[in-house]
Design a binder for this molecule. Structure first.
Ligand SMILES: C[S@@+](CC[C@H](N)C(=O)[O-])C[C@H]1O[C@@H](n2cnc3c(N)ncnc32)[C@H](O)[C@@H]1O
Ligand code: SF4
Length: 451
């Protein structure tokens, strides 16, 4: 009860805050910054180094009503095949803009639904990637998989090209909830994909679940969690459903009155946390869980996890290159987002070379705040000694920030000489704490619920 009061007093059940998968959040990227800097930042990647590569496939056969991802529905593969030809052109242009001897340490296909591609189209896309880039020894290749839209032949192609991680969309197995979010997916379908991948040696499987969906109750959610636990995913992402119909128009199909309120959302998140901790999973950051032997847990043990657009990762590459419509690249100098609409993206690739549109050029102060936000989101910690090691001229800013957080959130931190660490009961407040040091913090309605 005391914990609930503390969370309530600090705004957990009222606040709307960014998810801080980047700092600054992508809604603060500025027009044309990407276009102006992309070629220069690609050329400045050190020769002989490794990058991570993300490829965005913004198509789905059905559009789930809950989904806030940037994607478009299509009944045929014609626009998808055409789009992949542009991706291949972009890969060539990006490769040409980079210096020599660049290897990829990670390749991630996300969407939308990457598994919508026909086996032939997938083969031609992946051939194009591997013809242009050599891979690191510890190369990881992961794909987002919709179990209702993944043929055996397509999965076999992915395995053949070395996919060693897969992220499987589940959300919730309750039929009433599935009806209300426009996404029907049986436990059987999901199990089949899991067995197919495991039998072919895919080492690490992640599953995505959502709490806060329509008609979800403690009882229905527990059943979903039990079914999921039986499949023993190596990792889990259990996100709070972001109901943002002003941004994601199809969410108007979901009736507000069927959604759990914020206290119920918190309770659902706690049910999931306790269930998976009891099964031996390690909680990672705000919404991920991993088996103790998984790379994410190992990185978490030594405070080495990072936050990126996919959530939490143990990827420590300093350059992430995003290819495809709306894909975001992260360079040491800042962010570049490709033209978001598929048509605009294709037009840019045909007529202008690269597709960078919006972006953000980081100042030294932005880098410092980004490091503070990432430290909070990953380790629930603001470590002054660590920050000043990297930013020796920022002592007064760091000291003021520490004083401000201590007074704004009394009883939330354990305090040592060099660091503030959120106490266990206050961890759900982390996005609210991060917003307090966010130079871009703006009107609440632009974001989703803090829980
Ligand atoms: C690109 S999507 C899904 C990949 C694949 N197309 C599928 O359906 O299985 C990646 C994840 O984003 C999460 N997601 C989508 N919309 C969301 C929302 N409104 N709030 C929170 N998470 C969301 C879901 O958990 C989803 O599995
Ligand atoms: S959840 Fe997956 S299949 Fe559904 S609309 Fe979003 S990206 Fe497409």
């Amino acid at each position: 009860m005391e914990k609930m009061k503390h969370l309530q007093d600090n705004g957990l059940f009222d606040a709307q805050v960014p998810r801080y998968t980047s700092y600054p959040p992508a809604n603060h990227f500025q027009v044309d910054v990407g276009r102006k800097n992309q070629a220069r930042w690609l050329a400045a990647v050190p020769a002989n180094s490794s990058i991570s590569l993300y490829i965005h496939i913004p198509f789905c056969k059905r559009l789930c009503w809950f989904c806030a991802c940037r994607t478009q529905g299509t009944k045929t593969l014609r626009p998808v095949d055409a789009y992949v030809e542009y991706l291949k052109q972009e890969l060539t242009k990006v490769r040409t803009a980079l210096p020599d001897l660049i290897k990829i340490s990670r390749l991630h296909l996300g969407g939308g639904t990457p598994t919508i591609l026909s086996p032939e189209t997938m083969k031609s896309l992946l051939t194009s990637v591997f013809d242009r880039f050599d891979v690191e020894k510890e190369f990881e290749f992961s794909v987002e998989i919709d179990p209702t839209e993944a043929s055996d032949a397509l999965l076999q192609v992915l395995v053949g090209f070395g996919m060693n991680r897969a992220s499987i969309g589940v959300q919730d197995f309750s039929e009433k909830t599935q009806q209300a979010i426009g996404r029907l997916q049986s436990v059987e379908q999901t199990k089949n994909v899991v067995s197919f991948l495991r039998n072919r040696g895919v080492q690490s499987l992640n599953m995505d679940l959502l709490y806060g969906l329509p008609h979800q109750t403690s009882e229905t959610f527990r059943k979903t969690l039990e079914e999921v636990a039986k499949m023993m995913p190596d990792r889990l992402a259990i996100y709070g459903y972001a109901h943002v119909p002003w941004m994601s128009k199809r969410q108007v199909m979901i009736k507000q009155e069927h959604l759990p309120d914020n206290i119920q959302r918190y309770e659902l998140s706690e049910i999931a946390r306790k269930a998976f901790v009891a099964k031996g999973y390690v909680p990672i950051g705000i919404d991920h869980f991993a088996l103790p032997e998984d790379g994410l847990s190992i990185a978490n043990n030594s405070n080495q996890i990072r936050r990126n657009f996919q959530g939490y990762t143990d990827d420590n590459a300093t350059t992430l290159i995003g290819v495809g419509a709306s894909a975001i690249s992260h360079f040491p100098q800042g962010y570049v987002q490709n033209a978001p609409a598929t048509s605009a993206y294709q037009d840019r690739i045909s007529h202008e070379g690269l597709a960078g549109h919006k972006g953000y050029l980081m100042s030294d102060r932005d880098h410092l705040i980004a490091k503070m936000v990432e430290g909070l989101m990953c380790n629930f910690k603001l470590d002054s000694a660590d920050l000043l090691g990297e930013f020796p001229n920022e002592e007064s800013f760091v000291t003021q920030t520490v004083l401000h957080l201590k007074s704004k959130f009394p009883d939330s931190f354990s305090i040592s000489k060099n660091a503030l660490t959120l106490r266990h009961h206050a961890k759900p407040l982390v996005r609210i704490v991060a917003k307090e040091i966010d130079d871009f913090a703006c009107e609440a309605t632009a974001h989703s619920s803090a829980i």
